[in-house]
Design a binder for this molecule. Structure first.
Ligand SMILES: N[C@@H](CC(=O)c1ccccc1NC=O)C(=O)O
Length: 227
């Protein structure tokens, strides 16, 4: 069994969708300043970093993130490789094994954009007929590796099209190094009451190796060694 962390780390450097405030992490108490423990204040939006979009994101009467069935977020998932594709349309999707897949993660060149500082408006995204196609194939969760699933200059039509059909959108993934294929997704959103979305920790599990703890905790340094 192999685990892939497909979450981007939350930090002040993380690109945010234009109009959304940056992530901040500030000290509240610090041992170095004489406090008993280190505690930090985190400023996030419901759509910072790797996160889920739910119907309330684009519709006032839509369901919030705390009401999602968790079974939607855990289970068999297919990663498809769309590197080299900028506009993910019906034609591109039809050549890939997406039919009948309830959970689908789109790996694109976007995963490399996390290396850049600042938001890039030229990311790979789903087209309206690509979204139609995924509605037809029975998808219930669609993930993509940047901060929006639709074109930057678009008005939210694709979000509405998917969310209104009960499809949840997982955005801000990092799928660099994740080969196309079948995995198990473990996607755990913060349980934000009334949230129009929520940051998640998302993992993929493949069943190709025996389970081991790769980097056991070192009690002498109080750290998990880096390698
Ligand atoms: N980063 C966003 C995308 C988003 O907020 C959005 C997408 C299309 C049109 C408008 C948008 N947001 C705010 O105006 C998201 O989390 O879905």
């Amino acid at each position: 069994m192999k685990l892939y962390d497909i979450t981007v780390p939350l930090s002040a450097d993380l690109p945010t969708y234009p109009g959304d405030p940056p992530v901040t992490i500030e000290p509240v108490t610090r041992i170095a300043r004489g406090d008993t423990a280190n505690v930090s204040r985190l400023t996030l939006t419901t759509h910072s970093g790797t996160h889920l979009d739910v119907p309330l994101h684009f519709r006032d009467d839509g369901s919030s993130v705390d009401l999602l069935p968790l079974s939607l977020l855990v289970g068999k998932t297919r990663v498809i490789d769309l590197r080299g594709v900028r506009a993910i349309d019906r034609k591109e999707l039809a050549r890939l094994p997406v039919r009948g897949e309830e959970r689908l993660l789109l790996r694109t060149d976007n995963s490399l954009l996390w290396e850049r500082s600042g938001f890039c408006t030229e990311y790979a995204c789903l087209t309206p007929d690509g979204a139609d196609y995924l509605l037809e194939t029975g998808a219930k969760l669609i993930g993509i590796d940047y901060l929006s699933i639709e074109r930057f200059d678009s008005d939210g039509a694709i979000h509405r099209q998917l969310l209104d059909a009960g499809i949840v959108i997982l955005e801000g993934l990092n799928l660099d190094g994740v080969e196309a294929g079948e995995y198990e997704l473990l996607c755990l959103p913060l349980n934000v009451r009334g949230g129009d979305g929520a940051p998640v920790r998302a993992l993929l599990r493949s069943h190709e190796r025996p389970e081991t703890v790769e980097r056991p905790f070192d009690p002498h340094t109080s750290r998990w060694p880096l390698s």
